[in-house]
Design a protein. Sequence first.
Length: 98
Amino acid sequence: GTGKEMTNLAMVEILLDELNLPRTLIRHVEDRQGHDRRYSMDVRKIMSLGWEPSYTPEEAIRATVRWYVDNRWWWEPIRSGEFREYYERVYGNRKTIA
């Protein structure tokens, strides 16, 4: 964490940019119950001990995307039927809102 807030939309835009995909792929859908609208950590205590983040949030997201692109072997099994059934059960019934 860096203590800098980032909206979900900003995070998705970074992901699409890093993957060279158009932002027209973004679809706004009805929020799931307990949906997180933004992410931020309170890092004041650790910073008071001299800690500083090594990366900006954008740098960290881009590096993570590159790792996943370079390591398909690690995540490819997730595309199995069991995960797809879970995904459909949890996310499949949401409506597009915009």
